[in-house]
Design a protein around this ligand. Sequence first.
Ligand code: MF3
Ligand code: CO
Ligand code: CO
Length: 263
Amino acid sequence: MMPIKIKTAEEIEKMRVAGRLAAEVLEMITPQVQAGITTNQLDQICHDYIVNVQGAIPAPLNYHGFPKSICTSVNHQICHGIPNDKKLKEGDIVNVDITIIKDGYHGDTSAMFTIGETSIRAKRLIEICYQCLWLGIAEVKAGKRLGDVGHAIQRHAESLNCSVVQEYCGHGIGLAFHEEPQVLHYGSPNTGILLEEGMIFTIEPMINVGKRHIKLMPDGWTVVTKDHSLSAQWEHMVVVTAEGAEVLTLRNGEVPFQVQKKV
Ligand code: MF3
Ligand code: CO
Ligand code: CO
């Protein structure tokens, strides 16, 4: 196994820039995520913005053969959905996952969007998943362990009768898209690797309304729930500090979240 790279102050500064750019793509695309637009159109708009406005590189494009610049995962799609010519429609939920490369360093973040009025169960799932993300982030601090992060996420999701996808996880990130460590979204307290200042990784829980099991579609990328239940995902990129987590992909107006237990 490759060792976990501890980032220098200079590298952390570059990751702040990359994280901010990835967040800005989500901010830019937000008003476009509406009924009637196709995920291919969202991909095209993001691609052009990343390349022409940000002077950055869309990391997914050609990554292990991925054909598009962003991932769009709709309804029962869990992650790695490939943008296509199908229009988003009233009631859909969609994850848009953005990864950019700037000055060699990766910024990775994703968010959920609702199209028009969606079901109460869909809104609840999205909210629970967002709480899971922030409960995981709240565990991050030098001296804690990765199992603490996974446990906080799993405990919350399962206490509300949702399930946690286990086959995909968060990841270290920097000069490479996916580095050590693997950040599982389940686990036991006080287990796993010890967090050290200067580690940078993503937390990106995938939470299902139904069972946790997955199926990979014949396109080789799109991951869906085996029982076709709805799935949600949110993703932030964090750096470990002595005081806690510095979130590198905060969007405008997004405040470090106080989890309210009522859903
Ligand atoms: N952005 C995804 C992640 O959070 C990875 C997408 S890989 C791709 O790790 F090839 F599907 F783009
Ligand atoms: Co990621
Ligand atoms: Co991502």
